[in-house]
Design a protein around this ligand. Structure first.
Ligand SMILES: NC(=O)c1ccc[n+]([C@@H]2O[C@H](COP(=O)([O-])OP(=O)(O)OC[C@H]3O[C@@H](n4cnc5c(N)ncnc54)[C@H](O)[C@@H]3O)[C@@H](O)[C@H]2O)c1
Length: 258
């Protein structure tokens, strides 16, 4: 049976855990011929490579252990991908972090750290990927923002503001590239069962209360699974979304503000 990504080459930052890993495995299972897993956590990236080898042995996997804020890494990794695989069709930027503070409690160092990883770490990888995609006349770029950027959330100002910047970057870049064949969209996950979510609850004074409160804001009464976010990424990565650019897909169990 043909896969929805047959023959495509995908690069995923933050591919060593959570949403990035689930997406990497799904892309491989759907026929991608190569997946490049970028993560600063080498063990996590290697575990993703092993999961891909189990799920889709025909898919080539390159592991790139890099910090997304390293200004040299994107050009090197993209050039290596083009050399080895002859193209780059999909880039998904999932590397991200949050520190969890109100604005007044956020130190300048924390603010800068969150913006450097979430915003600059997205910009740098898009900047490296766009020229070869434009040259080949096709490509799908998928950024990972958060539903919190639309509705807000408590005590997480730097993270939420950074995700707002990711959405704005995504929309404006889509406009700039609209006639090139390169599409740019973002996914806004609701709370999703990953190590990041566990860390977010864990640093609060009353993690169980925070978990219950967050659950109550998800009308479906549960958190998402990384594999459910990956399904939206699959649609955006595939040619099925050929008329979709500059937009956001919310995958949030019906999240409402409050
Ligand atoms: N889990 C959620 O509830 C949720 C909700 C909305 C949005 N998101 C977003 O989804 C994305 C993926 O999050 P996740 O929940 O899968 O988290 P995760 O912590 O499970 O995975 C994030 C991965 O990014 C990597 N990473 C972090 N900083 C990096 C850096 N500077 N350089 C290279 N790699 C780096 C980590 O090593 C990790 O492997 C993030 O952008 C996050 O903000 C998550």
């Amino acid at each position: 049976m043909p896969g929805r990504l047959d023959g495509k080459v995908a690069l995923i930052t933050g591919g060593g855990s959570g949403i990035g890993r689930a997406t990497a495995v799904l892309f491989a299972a759907e026929g991608a011929r190569a997946v490049v897993v970028v993560d600063r956590n080498g063990d996590g990236a290697q575990a993703t490579a092993t999961a891909i080898a189990d799920a889709a042995p025909a898919c080539a996997v390159d592991v790139s252990v890099a910090d997304v804020t390293d200004t040299g890494a994107p050009a090197t990794t993209v050039a290596g991908t083009l050399d080895t695989h002859g193209g780059l069709d999909v880039v998904l930027t999932a590397a991200g972090l949050s520190v969890g503070q109100t604005l007044a409690d956020t130190t300048p160092a924390e603010w800068e750290q969150v913006f450097t990883v979430n915003v600059t770490g997205t910009y740098l990888w898009l900047r490296a990927a766009i020229p070869p995609m434009v040259e080949q006349g096709s490509g799908s770029i998928i950024t990972i923002a958060s539903q919190l950027a639309i509705n807000g959330g408590r005590a997480n100002t730097a993270y939420i503001a950074s995700k707002g910047a990711v959405i704005a970057m995504t929309r404006t870049t889509a406009l700039d590239l609209a006639r090139t064949g390169v599409r740019v969209n973002s996914i806004l996950p609701g709370a999703t069962e990953t190590p990041l979510l566990e860390r977010s609850f864990g640093r609060l004074a009353d993690p169980e209360r925070a978990r219950a409160r967050s659950l109550a804001r998800h009308p479906m009464g549960r958190f998402g699974k990384p594999e459910e976010i990956a399904q939206a990424a699959l649609y955006l990565a595939s040619d099925e979304s050929s008329f979709t650019t500059g937009t956001e897909i919310r995958v949030d169990g019906g999240w409402i503000s409050g």
